[in-house]
Design a protein around this ligand. Structure first.
Ligand code: ADP
Ligand code: MG
Length: 326
């Protein structure tokens, strides 16, 4: 068992190199300067062993999901990643090899997403592993995307609802990670879905692009329906989603063809880390051309409701709306 200072020096300090204000993780706190005309966007996300991951998952995938879920919150605000803080609460049995793999994956992701570790805290626990990241991003003052639709909606008018990427892959991938059977898939499909769960892609470029074009945005962490309800609630409007318009990966299409009941998993499973956003109808052609998929609309109606319609325009009923833990 390494002492705390050796652990910090060996595993965490290398992740701070290249960021002057991290002070080599050798001081009481880090210094962050915010460029003129920008503001800091700050978010935190924690993961608990047995709740958000199981110990048989690789430390690399735990690291990626932890950092990327935070970066997804930055994406949903239209921010550029800048730095992050890490709090580790580890039981005695977590060895150096685990931390080595965990921090190696963080290091790779730092390069991918252009940010640095600038500090944190390390505590020991008799309980499960608990990991928390606080991510800092930058956005021009006033340009952050918000969940609240920023423009009034005229009576009898509607806005459009869009998503990035494809929906449901992560929830299906989780089934496979947990060794639950999903029919209709070959091994490449299974691997694709697992990776979508284990290494989600924060939609950072899209978030920056959408600063100019979205009226509201949210990242899909709880599940498409639950997160769209957040937009509807914040704006006092109703959201209608057409199930047939939801973009699905080829693997998810095969899984749904084999078992149509998986639609509920796709719509409510969560951890997609795609963005859902609201835009003006006049931007439809431009947004389509840029790869975004229109899946529904926002209108006056039952404030705070999100209704999913099937091909016959009948509401789809769910037994649950959002992501549930193990
Ligand atoms: P203190 O006791 O004053 O809180 P620590 O010994 O906890 O100081 O931390 C020393 C330095 O190491 C600080 O700069 C802190 O930000 C950094 N640090 C500690 N734990 C972590 C961690 N898990 N990840 C990144 N930096 C850490
Ligand atoms: Mg401390």
């Amino acid at each position: 068992m390494l002492d705390e200072f050796t652990r910090i020096a060996r595993f965490f300090k290398p992740l701070a190199s290249g960021y002057g204000g991290a002070l080599g993780l050798g001081d009481d706190a880090a210094l962050v300067s915010v460029p003129e005309g920008h503001e800091l966007v700050v978010t935190a996300d924690a993961m608990v062993e047995g709740v958000h991951f199981l110990m048989n998952q690789s430390p690399e995938s735990i690291a990626r999901r932890l950092l990327r879920s935070n970066l997804s919150d930055l994406a949903a605000m239209g921010a550029v990643p800048h730095a992050y803080m890490l709090v580790t609460s580890l039981p005695q049995h977590v060895a150096g090899v685990w931390l080595e793999a965990f921090t190696r994956a963080l290091h790779e992701d730092q390069h991918l997403f252009s940010c640095h570790l600038i500090g944190g805290d390390s505590v020991s626990t008799k309980g499960p592993i608990t990991l928390s990241i606080t991510a800092l991003g930058l956005v021009p003052v006033g340009a952050a995307l918000r969940r609240t639709i920023k423009k009034p909606l005229a009576h009898a008018a509607s806005f459009d609802l869009y998503v990035t990427g494809t929906i449901g892959d992560s929830a299906l991938g989780l089934q496979l990670v947990l060794d639950k059977k999903v029919g209709g898939l070959d091994s490449a499909d299974e691997e694709y879905l697992k990776q979508r769960h284990l290494a989600p892609t924060p939609r950072l470029k899209e978030g920056i692009f959408l600063r100019e074009h979205a009226l509201a945005a949210i990242d899909i962490s709880d599940g498409l329906v639950a997160d769209c309800e957040h937009i509807a609630e914040q704006s006092g409007l109703e959201i209608i989603i057409n199930a047939a318009d939801i973009p699905l990966s080829p693997a998810a299409q095969k899984a749904l063809a084999a078992d149509p009941a998986l639609l509920e998993t796709v719509l409510t499973g969560g951890e997609d880390y795609e963005l859902a956003f609201v835009a003006e109808p006049g931007d439809a052609a431009m947004l389509k051309q840029n790869g975004f998929t229109k899946i529904g609309r926002v209108q006056h109606g039952v404030a705070g409701a999100c209704t999913v319609l099937d091909k016959k325009n009948q509401p789809v009923r769910f037994t649950r709306k959002g992501w549930q833990h193990f």
